[in-house]
Write a protein that binds this ligand. Structure first.
Ligand SMILES: *Cc1c(COP(=O)(O)O)cnc(C)c1O
Length: 497
């Protein structure tokens, strides 16, 4: 399998080449030159595989430059019950039998946030850590990951890279602005290869520093600076796996989800006979883009429901055909902060597919028109209608009041506490139920990460997994610095010798 740029660059590359690279040379994002197709026989063969082996089957369709035995070993080392809490890795939990007219529609939560940092980013990042270690050792190279985080990405990256040979992490974050739990999670890591940098500024200051360092090509080359942001294809393809795993569980696998009365769901006849829908709390379009890939491969997904918070760039696009990047002043700080985006960095991948993989057109839209006007309009384009009809996309928006009401209602009716991002997904999912089609809402974080909103909704603190008891009191490893590019460069240089 070879990879192409969404902006039409003529080069074709193998997986391990793009693994350590960020953007393509023309500023585009990498995508496989085609999507491998999965038929009913293949689905039947995959049903019932342990998660790690399912991951191997899917990844091996996209990776031809890692020997199969090595790739299988990497998957088995990554997806263990020790790291992700259960043998299912992404367990499905039945929430309710919702009434949709004359029929009943089952709504599930798929638990993607039982990894080391309690957010779904662990699923891809843990794999990325092991892939990086493998590939760097094979090349005899080192990598210094420089990133900016407002919470989930940075902690997922640090827990994935801690103790890995050949990798150092330099993670900037806005000083004092992450939730107390998130700060404790990151700053309590004592591994020598993990460096926390608290910047006296806001998230944008952190991001600007990272960009400035990366734009210094001499420094970047000398210190082997790399990134782990969500445009990395390896992260995206790792996420494709849990769409398959969710489908298998909802349609009756050897380990079917239990109903609230403790009975197993009956299996369905004939592979592919049953369709499911997914609802995805979305920010940078990475998670739901993996759903788009799974659906394009042939997984029987009826609808991909895209849920946004008040930062509704993507909901606006799917409703109107207009994609309009927001200014900083127009980007809201919300109680589902991991979805607070001004533009969606993975969206270009979907538009490339939507426009029939026309790289010249994507270059014109993303490379030129967005830079010039900050918006483009596909409403008159026949392709835009395909977003819904051919690709199954539908969208909706959720506000702070919706989150609080959904968290409270879910707790009162089912005794389950969900986090704010998952609440956005559930709220919008309920607006798009189809009779008889199971709806799987992706649970993207555990409530303890965003405790303030839970206290507001329920009047009490969320439960805390035992391994995180008292982390706020642990010794911290963090360096506070002003938003100064030279200071961060000196810090990196000092820690690379
Ligand atoms: C990152 C994140 C999201 C958004 O995911 P995208 O891939 O950026 O769309 C949603 N919820 C949580 C908890 C996250 O950490």
């Amino acid at each position: 399998m070879l990879y192409v740029s969404t902006r039409g660059h003529p080069d074709r590359k193998h997986f391990c080449e793009i693994l350590l690279e960020g953007l393509a040379p023309d500023g585009g994002l990498y995508l496989p030159e085609r999507y491998p197709q999965v038929d009913g026989a293949t689905l039947a063969r995959w049903r019932g595989l342990p998660y790690a082996d399912l991951a191997f089957e899917i990844l091996s369709l996209y990776i031809d430059d890692i020997p199969a035995d090595d790739l299988r070993a990497i998957c088995r080392k990554t997806y263990t019950a020790e790291v992700f809490g259960t043998p299912e890795i992404v367990p499905l939990k039945k929430l309710e039998d919702a009434s949709t007219g004359s029929a009943r529609t089952v709504v599930y939560l798929e638990g993607l946030s039982n990894g080391p940092t309690l957010a779904f980013k662990d699923i891809a990042m843990q794999l990325l850590g092991n892939l990086f270690e493998y590939e760097l050792a094979r090349r005899g190279e080192q990598l210094n990951i420089l990133g900016a985080t407002s919470g989930d990405t940075g902690s997922a990256a640090e827990y994935a890279m801690r103790g890995k040979r050949g990798v150092r992490v330099f993670m900037t974050s806005p000083h004092g602005r992450m939730s107390p739990f998130q700060q404790a999670q990151m700053f309590s890591l004592q591994d020598a290869n993990i460096h926390n940098i608290a910047v006296e500024g806001v998230f944008d200051d952190c991001q600007d520093m990272v960009k400035a360092v990366s734009n210094d090509l001499e420094f970047k080359r000398r210190y082997k600076i790399g990134t782990v942001n969500s445009i990395n294809w390896a992260r995206l393809v790792a996420q494709v796996v849990y769409y398959f795993a969710g489908y298998f569980q909802a349609t009756g696998s050897p380990h079917p989800p239990l109903t609230s009365s403790g009975q197993a769901e009956p299996p369905t006849e004939g592979e592919g006979a049953k369709r499911v829908s997914f609802s995805v709390p979305s920010g940078n379009f990475g998670n739901i883009c993996a759903g788009h890939v799974a659906r394009t491969m042939g997984l029987p997904i009826e609808q991909l429901v895209l849920a946004t918070n008040e930062n509704d760039v993507l909901d606006e696009f799917f409703r109107t055909g207009v994609y309009r990047v927001r200014s900083a002043a127009d980007t809201h700080e919300t109680s589902s902060p991991s979805m607070d985006i001004s533009k969606a960095s993975n969206f270009e991948r979907f538009v490339f597919d939507l426009l029939g993989r026309d790289g010249a057109r994507v270059r014109q839209l993303f490379g030129e028109q967005l830079a010039r006007e900050g918006r483009f309009d596909l409403s008159a384009d026949a392709a835009f209608r395909h977003a819904r009809e051919r690709h199954g996309f539908i969208s909706g928006k959720s506000t702070h009041a919706d989150r609080v009401a959904t968290i409270r209602d879910t707790h009162d009716r089912f005794g389950i506490v969900i986090d704010t991002h998952t609440a956005d997904g559930l709220k919008v999912a309920r607006e798009h139920l189809h009779a008889g089609v199971p709806m799987i809402v992706l649970e993207t974080a555990l409530p303890i990460k965003f405790a303030a909103a839970i206290v507001e909704a329920l009047g009490r603190e969320p439960d805390r997994p035992a391994k995180f008891a008292g982390i706020e009191a642990l010794p911290r490893r963090v360096t506070v610095m002003p938003p100064d590019v030279q200071a961060v460069k000196e810090f990196i240089a000092r820690h690379c010798d």
